[in-house]
Design a protein around this ligand. Structure first.
Ligand code: AMP
Length: 279
């Protein structure tokens, strides 16, 4: 496994490889857990060469967000990735990624302003920009991304399609703790009783799926039950929505593919989760 930090070295390596090889790419912000590793495993199983990036992207964090305290452990990440037989770990610096003077940004209109984009203005502009840059440096055929960040997948699929990239996203299922909590680097922030309260997200998803399966299709009713559960458990709702999985627009009557998607504060930690009404 090779660790590459320079942008020029990454690009040269990738373009040398691209002839005759299928390149799989897993972009991450590090502090890796089983959710990330599931993506690396799928890339390893399906591609000739696997590149994993570790980059805590400053441009996707708002001014009041946790950029400086975002958890990091590069030594452990490298150990885990070696075990998974990644070929390259791309670990660029922010100063090189956003070399001054920096002018260029990507906006994926219509999909970036709703849901998490509403609570985190500019977040998806940062995400789209960094992913476009990474795709240009790594030149992958496939990019493995978790459905944990469902809106991110939808936004980036639109970007790749609109801008005529050959790269395709392979959406991968959410990896959860045994009790249902979606794995996340931010779960380290959950101390004491907050770890239990955090279960309100996966519980609300399961509750709504059960109500849907028993015949309730009215979105207003389903949302009422979900909100009631989250509040009773002690979560503070940022948003809970039932949306069309392609347009991310609100639905009024749920169908099997309707996506329930939510962001909830547990203490000061903002957690996200989502699920389709029926798998
Ligand atoms: P992050 O490091 O949080 O930017 O995540 C990097 C990639 O890992 C993204 O595609 C995430 O959706 C994915 N990911 C994070 N947590 C999970 C999880 N619990 N299950 C599956 N994929 C995940």
């Amino acid at each position: 496994m090779k660790v590459v930090t320079s942008l020029a070295a990454m690009q040269e390596q990738a373009w040398n490889w691209s002839e005759g090889n299928v390149i799989g790419f897993v972009p991450t912000m590090g502090f890796l857990h089983e959710g990330h590793l599931s993506l690396v495993r799928q890339a390893r199983a399906n591609c000739d060469l696997v590149v994993v990036s570790i980059f805590v992207n400053p441009s996707q964090f708002g001014p009041q967000e946790d950029l400086s305290t975002y958890p990091r452990d590069i030594d452990n990440d490298l150990r885990l990735l070696k075990d998974e037989q990644a070929d390259i770990v791309f670990f660029p610096s922010a100063t090189e990624m956003y070399a001054s003077p920096y002018h260029s940004w990507v906006n994926v209109e219509g999909l970036s302003e709703v849901l998490c984009g509403k609570s985190r203005p500019g977040h998806f502009r940062g995400v789209a920009t960094v992913v476009l840059k990474l795709v240009n440096l790594v030149n992958p055929n496939y990019m493995y991304m978790g459905e944990k960040d469902f809106q991110q997948v939808v936004v980036l699929q639109a970007m790749l399609r609109d801008l005529n990239f050959r790269c395709r996203i392979v959406p991968c299922p959410i990896v959860r703790e045994q009790d249902g909590l979606a794995k996340s680097s931010r779960n380290v922030y959950l101390k004491g009783e907050n770890r239990q309260i955090a279960l309100c997200l996966s519980e609300a998803l399961a509750l709504v799926q059960r109500l849907y399966a028993s015949g309730e299709k009215e979105v207003a009713r389903l949302l009422e039950e979900a909100s009631r559960h989250v509040k009773a458990r002690g979560g503070r709702i940022d948003y809970i929505k039932l949306v069309n999985p392609h347009t991310l627009q609100d639905e009024t009557l749920a169908t099997n593919s309707t996506r329930m998607i939510m962001a909830v504060y547990v203490g000061t930690t903002r957690l996200i989760d989502n699920a389709a009404m029926k798998a």
